[in-house]
Ligand binder design. Structure first.
Ligand code: FES
Length: 90
């Protein structure tokens, strides 16, 4: 499975494809940070600051609909990655 990160001039200039083999139990923010995408996480992942926001361009339909608000989510609150997604860092 993979996460495609669309280019962002500050965090991921040329975009990136990150692969993972199985269900990733940590949140998306941790996954990005562990893969050298230095996304903001000003509150340390407590869901208070919205600095870690991402837009889910594709793949959102695989998740429970009430988990997301219009394809936008806090990456630190986004757990259990188990499918391909395409994201834009906001
Ligand atoms: S790191 Fe603050 S809301 Fe996600």
């Amino acid at each position: 499975m993979k996460i495609i990160i669309l280019p962002h001039k500050k965090f991921c200039r040329y975009g990136k494809i990150l692969k993972f083999n199985k269900l990733y139990k940590k949140n998306l923010c941790d996954f990005l940070l562990n893969n050298n995408i230095n996304i903001n996480n000003n509150c340390g992942g407590f869901g208070r600051c919205v600095s870690c926001s991402v837009f889910i361009n594709e793949g959102f339909s695989f998740f429970e609909i009430n988990y997301l608000k219009l394809n936008y989510t806090l990456s630190c609150q986004f757990y259990d990655l188990n499918c391909n997604i395409i994201i834009s860092i906001l």
